[in-house]
Design a protein around this ligand. Structure first.
Ligand code: HEC
Length: 144
């Protein structure tokens, strides 16, 4: 029984229809759960009342799906937000409410987790964001 189960596990991990893309998405999902879900929600749903400042005078973590505005940022901008952190300029505190991840995640991991966010968008949003990113790609793509 154990042998059968582990064989099935191996088959699922390795093969089937899972291409490189699926593996990358799984990695993105894992990174997202580990580093982002505590604030942005396990499904990317964001924090309640994310469009308004909370009692501390800070904007809560927004959703990453169709209802949010993550999809309106180019790859370059998304990379910058995740690597260097971000705060709304109108927040009444100075801290980066969106923490900087450049010392936590590698550049490849940052791209992988951002690519995971793209799976939450509508096809139209994905197309829009892709064309915005043509002139504003990830920093690594710029060197090509
Ligand atoms: C400690 C809580 C926290 C964690 C953890 C966190 N974020 Fe954020 N994030 C925020 C907050 C708060 C904002 C809103 C900042 C603002 O605009 O004031 C934000 C904003 C963003 C934005 C900009 C969205 C927009 O609509 O402009 C992106 C993209 C983002 N986060 C991605 C991530 C990713 C990817 C991770 C994990 C690697 C992550 N965040 C982890 C709190 C967090």
């Amino acid at each position: 029984m154990w042998l059968l189960l582990s064989a099935a596990g191996l088959a699922m991990a390795d093969g089937g229809p899972s291409s490189r893309d699926t593996a990358a998405l799984d990695a993105g999902d894992r990174l997202y759960r580990q580093y982002c879900a505590s604030c942005h929600g396990i499904e990317g749903e964001g924090q309640p009342n994310w469009e308004r400042q909370n009692a501390r005078g800070e904007l809560p973590a927004p959703p990453h799906g169709p209802e949010g505005h993550t999809w309106k940022h180019s790859d370059a901008m998304l990379y910058r937000i995740v690597a260097e952190g971000w705060r709304d300029p109108w927040n009444r505190t100075e801290r980066l409410t969106m923490p900087a991840f450049e010392d936590v995640l590698t550049p490849a991991e940052i791209r992988t987790v951002i690519n995971h966010l793209k799976t939450l968008w509508t096809p139209e949003q994905r197309r829009h964001q892709a064309s915005e990113s043509e002139g504003s790609p990830y920093p690594a793509d710029r060197r090509r």
